[in-house]
Design a protein around this ligand. Structure first.
Ligand code: KIV
Ligand code: ZN
Length: 507
C-alpha cells in the first residue's frame, strides 16, 4: 500500500453548501452561503462546491455571489450530464463543475432508465461541452461503490479522453469498509488523473474510508463541516483533517485553529445542532467531569486528551457533577479567581456532589453560589427584575417590556423578538446595554416533569468580552425560567468583570 508521504499534498473539496445543504430541512440564503464560503476559504480548502446551479434562482444567486467574492478557492457547481446544467453553472461564473453521472446498474437502470453506453456517451458529450467553455471538470461516478469496476474504469477513461481534469468516486450509500476502499483506490489512482473520494456515513465509516482512500492514492477528499449531509451525512472535514494531522502526522495545510469557529457558524446557520459527543466539535469533546480524569489532566493534559483543544480553536471545559473531585473543583474555582482553604474546598466539593447526586449538572453560576455561601459572601445582584410584561399571539409581533434595577437605579425598556422568550431577553439586553455588553451564545431547554404544566429548566451560555458563563433557571413558565437564567448569567459576568477590574487596580 502506498502510504502518505509528508510531502504529499492532499486537497479538500468541501461540499457543505451542496451535499450538506441536502440535509432534510436545511436551506441557506445568499448571505449564509457566502459567510460559510468565506469561512471555508480562510480555513484553506482548495475547492468549494457552492451548490447546484440548475436548482433554483436563489441557488444561482448564492453561487454567483460566492464566485464573485474574490476567494482563493476554486468555486464549483454540481451538474448532471446535461448541457443545460453546464449553461446554468457558466451563468454563475464558476471555475469548475462536479459532473455527476450514475455508475452502478441500479442507478443507471432504475433511476435514470438508461443503459451503460448511453451514460458514457452523455458523460463524454457534456465533458467536452464544459471544457469547450473553459470549465475545470471533475467527473464523478455516483454509487460507484456498487458499480461494476470494469465499467466504472471505462467511464473514467472515456471522461479523461474527453478532457476531464479530475475524477471522483462516490460511496453514495456509505457501504464501503477501509480495506475495500484501499484496494479500489490503489487501482484507480493509476488512471492518470487525480481522483477524489466522496464518502457517506451510513455505517459510521465515512472518516475511516476517506482516510483509507487518501492513503491508497486518492488526491482529494470530499468533506462537509460537522459531517452534515443526507441521511447519516458525509465524511466530516474536522474528523478527516484532524485524523491526518494528529494520527498520521500530515500537514494538511488547513488552518485547524479555525475549525471550531466554522463548525459553530455552520451549526447556527443550518439549524443543525451537534450531538454533544461528536468528535472534535461536539460540546463534550474537550469536557471533563470525572475527578480522577481531572487529576490526571492537571498532571499532564495528554493523559485524557489526544489533541490539545486549542489546536482546533477550543478550550478545555471542566464540568462539575457527582464525579467531581477536589482537583476539578479547585481548578474550576481557580478559573474564577476564587481561592479557598482545604476545609472550605472540602465543604464545596461535598455540596457539588450533593447536587450531582440529585442528577443536576452544576453550572458555573451554581459553583459560584456554593462558593459564596461557604465563604459567607453576601452579594447583592447588580441586575434585579422588578416587572416583566410580555405580549404574544398569532397576530402581534412578540413584544416585552421590563422594569429592572441596575446598579441601584431603575430602568424601563422594551424589546421585540421572534417569540416571547426572545423578546424578553432582548428587552433585558437593551436595558443593560449602556453598562454591560452581554451576548447570549447558547440556549437550551429541558422539561423536568411531563405535561403542559411541566417544570422547565433553561440553560444559557452568556458571554461578555471573551469570558463565558453557563447559568440556569427553572420555572413552570418558560419565559420566567429563561429570564431567570439570563439574569443569573448577567449578574455573574458583571461581578466577574468588577472583580477583575479591582484586582488590576490593586496590582
Ligand atoms: O453521494 C453522492 O453520490 C453524491 C453525488 C450526487 C455526487 O453526493
Ligand atoms: Zn454525496
Amino acid at each position: 500500500m502506498r502510504g502518505i508521504a509528508l510531502s504529499d499534498k492532499i486537497r479538500f473539496l468541501d461540499t457543505t453548501l451542496r451535499d450538506g445543504e441536502q440535509t432534510p430541512g436545511v436551506s441557506l440564503d445568499v448571505e449564509e452561503k457566502l459567510a460559510i464560503a468565506r469561512g471555508l476559504d480562510s480555513l484553506g480548502v482548495q475547492v468549494i462546491e457552492a451548490g447546484s446551479a440548475m436548482t433554483s434562482e436563489g441557488e444561482r444567486q448564492s453561487i454567483k455571489a460566492i464566485a464573485a467574492s474574490g476567494l482563493d478557492a476554486e468555486i464549483c457547481s454540481y451538474a448532471r450530464a446535461l448541457t443545460s446544467d453546464v449553461d446554468a453553472a457558466l451563468d454563475c461564473d464558476v471555475d469548475s463543475i462536479h459532473l455527476v453521472v450514475p455508475a452502478s446498474d441500479l442507478h443507471i437502470e432504475c433511476k435514470l432508465r438508461s443503459d451503460r453506453k448511453s451514460v458514457i456517451r452523455k458523460a463524454v458529450e457534456v465533458t467536452e461541452f464544459a471544457k469547450d467553455h473553459g470549465l475545470i471538470v471533475e467527473l464523478s461516478g455516483e454509487d460507484a461503490s456498487r458499480a461494476d469496476m470494469d465499467y466504472l474504469t471505462s467511464l473514467y477513461m472515456a471522461g479523461i479522453d474527453a478532457g476531464a481534469d479530475r475524477l471522483a468516486f462516490c460511496d453514495t450509500v456509505g457501504v464501503l469498509v477501509p480495506e475495500t476502499t484501499a484496494e479500489i483506490f490503489e487501482r484507480l489512482s493509476h488512471l492518470g488523473k487525480p481522483i477524489s473520494v466522496h464518502c457517506h456515513n451510513d455505517f459510521g465509516m465515512a472518516t475511516a474510508n476517506t482516510v483509507a482512500a487518501l492513503r491508497a492514492g486518492a488526491a482529494q477528499a470530499h468533506v462537509t463541516v460537522n459531517g452534515i449531509g443526507e441521511r447519516a451525512g458525509n465524511a466530516s472535514l474536522e474528523e478527516v483533517v484532524m485524523t491526518l494531522e494528529s494520527l498520521y502526522k500530515i500537514n494538511t495545510g488547513i488552518r485547524c485553529q479555525d475549525i471550531y469557529q466554522l463548525s459553530r457558524l455552520v451549526s447556527r446557520m443550518t439549524g443543525l445542532p451537534l450531538s454533544p459527543n461528536k468528535a472534535i466539535v461536539g460540546e463534550n469533546a474537550f469536557t471533563h467531569e470525572a475527578g480522577i480524569h481531572v487529576h490526571g489532566l492537571l498532571a499532564n493534559t495528554k493523559t485524557y486528551e489526544p489533541i490539545q483543544p486549542e489546536a482546533v480553536g477550543r478550550k478545555r471545559r471542566i464540568v462539575l457533577g457527582k464525579h467531581a473531585g477536589r482537583a476539578s473543583v479547585e481548578l474550576a474555582l481557580h478559573e474564577f479567581g476564587i481561592g479557598v482553604s482545604e476545609d472550605q474546598l472540602a465543604q464545596i466539593v461535598s455540596r457539588v456532589k450533593e447536587l450531582g447526586d440529585k442528577g443536576k449538572r452544576v453550572s458555573d453560576a451554581d459553583l459560584q453560589t456554593i462558593a459564596d455561601t461557604v465563604l459567607s459572601i453576601q452579594k447583592e445582584p447588580k441586575v434585579k427584575l422588578h416587572e416583566l410584561t410580555v405580549v404574544a399571539g398569532n397576530t402581534v409581533t412578540p413584544t416585552a417590556s421590563v422594569k429592572i434595577q441596575l446598579n441601584g437605579s431603575e430602568k424601563l425598556e422594551a424589546g421585540i423578538g421572534v417569540g416571547p422568550v426572545d423578546a424578553a431577553i432582548n428587552a433585558i439586553r437593551r436595558a443593560i446595554s449602556g453598562v454591560a455588553d452581554v451576548r447570549l451564545e447558547e440556549y437550551h431547554v429541558d422539561a423536568i416533569t411531563g405535561g403542559t404544566n411541566a417544570l422547565v429548566e433553561v440553560w444559557v451560555t452568556m458571554a461578555m468580552a471573551d469570558r463565558k458563563i453557563t447559568a440556569r433557571g427553572a420555572d413552570a413558565d418558560i419565559i420566567m425560567a429563561s429570564v431567570e437564567a439570563v439574569l443569573e448569567g448577567i449578574n455573574r459576568l458583571m461581578r466577574l468583570e468588577e472583580e477583575e477590574r479591582i484586582k488590576c487596580q490593586i496590582r
